[in-house]
Design a protein around this ligand. Structure first.
Ligand SMILES: [Zn+2]
Length: 406
């Protein structure tokens, strides 16, 4: 999972082990080597979409492109009260300059990650009692609604990234014509970090009892860039932008150790591995248009196969007699007819009436064959076949549109 976050550090104290001698004209802020620092601040995150896989004894499924957000508790006083550190999104860091320009630090970034509830997501896999969590979407067998009954998923206590960071620091005060850096100093900083993820994950899935303990779940790496303004030698405020990659392969989800989740994403947004074009969705679209045009009259009107109501071809859908989830009949013209939204979506396909309508058109025998074909054969299209079918139906669609003047 790629994360990017913004930090602000409310205060920082630096102390040098060896203090500069009284009589040296060199400013305290001219050198960093040997100084310690501690910082405390807050953060906001934005998360990229990520695929999350849930596995257990009787289920295994992946939610594709899960969306999530952070959970700030506002920008109030909690941020500077270390006893409340687990409440807001905070970061604590302790560091040491091993040279004037480089420091090493250990720290905890306490972030919060909350899956966006009730989003629609593609899902792949199996789980028991399908349909009993109000998660199914009629005629969209490869998608679910992530209802509370089905899945809640968050690392709110939190997504803790315990890491060590090496940073470079450069004094850029001169650019601002600052002479006395012991009064005010401006620094640029860049850093790279790595560490482990120690989240407390709150998940409820498929009605199972949830697991609420901290657990080492994976690792992370991060890069940062920041601007730091130091006041009176010892105090500073700092803003940082940080991006990272998190791989959590062992997330505890329920009280059973059989149950776990994994989450993982490429490093940077721009470099996310390009997804293959969704040929299936493309073919669905053009095939649907073809079916609706094929059965429409010269003015573009067609009848619902189940209830006979008449609609303009743009206001009706392509209804599948045998569900779309059967790939071998998904693009079978004998299995598809125009169908109104009411019948297709809200009346679960109005399947009895659909069958009667279909038998009237193509006969009992062919309908039986469609039923058998849907259930017994499996059809996986290659990219080549998809592309050819898309081409084929696009030509037909354009021809019908031209012929009927639509
Ligand atoms: Zn209808």
């Amino acid at each position: 999972m790629k994360t990017s976050y913004f930090y602000f550090v409310l205060f920082l104290v630096t102390t040098a082990i060896t203090f500069a001698q009284e009589n040296t004209p060199i400013r305290y802020t001219a050198h960093n080597k040997g100084k310690f620092f501690i910082s405390w601040g807050g953060n906001r995150e934005s998360y990229s979409k990520s695929d999350v896989t849930f596995t257990g004894k009787d289920y295994r499924f992946t939610v594709a492109d899960m969306r999530a957000h952070d959970k700030p508790k506002g920008w109030h006083i909690d941020y500077i009260n270390p006893t409340k550190m687990t409440i807001p999104q905070t970061n604590l860091r302790l560091g040491y300059f091993f040279s004037d320009h480089y420091s090493v630090a250990i720290g905890v970034d306490h972030m919060k990650y909350v899956m966006t509830q009730n989003q629609t997501a593609k899902i792949n896999g199996y789980y028991p009692n399908r349909g009993s969590y109000d998660e199914l979407i009629p005629e969209r067998p490869d998608e679910v609604v992530l209802t509370e009954k089905f899945l809640t998923y968050e690392h709110t206590d939190g997504l803790n990234y315990i890491n060590t960071e090496v940073s470079r620091h450069d004094d850029i005060s001169k650019l601002f014509k600052i002479g006395n850096t012991d009064k005010i100093q401006v620094n640029l900083t860049e850093g790279v970090g790595f560490g482990v993820l120690y989240p407390k994950t709150n998940t409820k899935l498929l009605g199972k009892e949830r697991h609420d303990y901290f657990h080492v779940s994976g690792f992370g790496t991060s890069l940062k860039a920041g601007l730091n303004i130091t006041f009176f030698k010892y105090f500073y405020i700092q803003g940082e932008l940080k991006g990272g990659y998190i791989n959590m392969h062992d997330i505890r989800t329920t009280m059973s150790t059989d149950d776990k989740a994994s989450q993982d994403l490429p490093l940077f947004k721009g470099q996310k591995i390009a997804k293959k074009p969704d040929y299936k969705a493309k073919l669905d679209k053009v095939f649907s248009l073809y079916i609706r045009l094929k059965y429409s009259d010269a003015n573009g009107y067609c009848k619902c196969i189940s209830c006979n109501k008449i609609h303009f071809y743009k206001d009706i859908q392509n209804g599948h007699y045998m569900s779309r989830r059967y790939m071998s009949t998904r693009f079978d013209e004998n299995n598809c007819r125009p169908q109104c939204v009411a019948c297709n979506i809200f009346n679960q396909g109005n399947i009895q009436m659909y069958r009667i309508g279909l038998v009237n058109q193509i006969g009992e025998k062919t309908v039986n064959l469609v039923e058998v074909k849907a259930r017994t054969s499996t059809n996986r299209y290659s990219d080549f076949e998809y592309k050819e079918l898309i081409k084929y139906y696009t030509i037909l669609v354009n021809k019908i549109k031209k012929d009927k003047g639509l």
